[in-house]
Design a protein around this ligand. Structure first.
Ligand SMILES: Cc1cc2nc3c(=O)[nH]c(=O)nc-3n(C[C@H](O)[C@H](O)[C@H](O)COP(=O)(O)O)c2cc1C
Length: 198
């Protein structure tokens, strides 16, 4: 695939992409074109993959009516989602505010799906996801993983509509779009090193 199609500016270093990637929650209406989606998928599948299994497959949704219906169904499933993430009941509202549209009105959703669960399928799919997030950042695009949508995407009704075979699992829903405005930096704790034996 011809990377120069979209990477017209000076390429961003990997370290810059890692350090400046942020979860973007405000998007301009500009659509992400097919060539750009292709570049992102191509970057995703360059991820390391255990025993070269390449267990991933992708669903792309750019139809706003479908995104709205999916978002509405996600919002109906939130009690179940909170149970899965083991948040204490009292923190549901204070730690997370649920937006009107769980996809923040981004026009593109990419769902990274995996073949039947093997030991490293989830790892491979999440590594592919990180490649996609960093590639998008390097191309000037914003992304956000929407974990809230995972349960709904794995419901039989949505698997059928989105063409996800029964035996596959939707792991990582990622919205993509042109960021609108600046996304504030977040911070991280220092890495916890349990032991460093020299
Ligand atoms: C597995 C996973 C699920 C996430 N789910 C959501 C989500 O449903 N909605 C959302 O707004 N952000 C979601 N995020 C984004 C995180 O909130 C974000 O990465 C975190 O706040 C740190 O911010 P940063 O990525 O800008 O550094 C998710 C991130 C991950 C890795």
């Amino acid at each position: 695939m011809n990377k120069s199609a979209t990477l017209t500016k000076a390429p961003m270093s990997v370290m810059d992409a890692i350090y400046t990637r942020r979860a973007v929650r405000f998007y301009a209406p500009t659509p992400v074109d097919e060539g750009t989606v292709g570049l992102l998928l191509d970057a995703a599948v360059q991820a390391p993959t255990a025993v070269r299994e390449e267990p991933w497959a992708f669903v792309l949704v750019q139809d706003r009516e479908t995104l709205k219906r999916l978002s509405d169904d996600v919002k109906k499933s939130l009690d179940e989602v909170w149970r899965d993430v083991h948040l204490p009941e009292a923190s549901h509202d204070s730690r997370f505010s649920i937006p009107e549209n769980v996809f923040y009105d981004a026009g593109t959703l990419i769902v990274i799906c995996g073949k039947p669960l093997g030991r490293f399928v989830a790892a491979d799919c999440w590594l592919a996801t990180e490649n996609l997030l960093l590639a998008a950042r390097a191309m000037g695009l914003g992304t956000c993983v929407i974990g809230l949508a995972v349960n709904t995407l794995n419901a039989p009704k949505w698997k059928l509509e989105l063409g996800i075979p029964d035996e596959m699992t939707a792991f990582a829903p990622v919205i993509v779009g042109t960021p609108s405005g600046e996304t504030p930096a977040t911070s991280r704790h220092k890495p916890a090193v349990l032991r460093w034996i020299k």
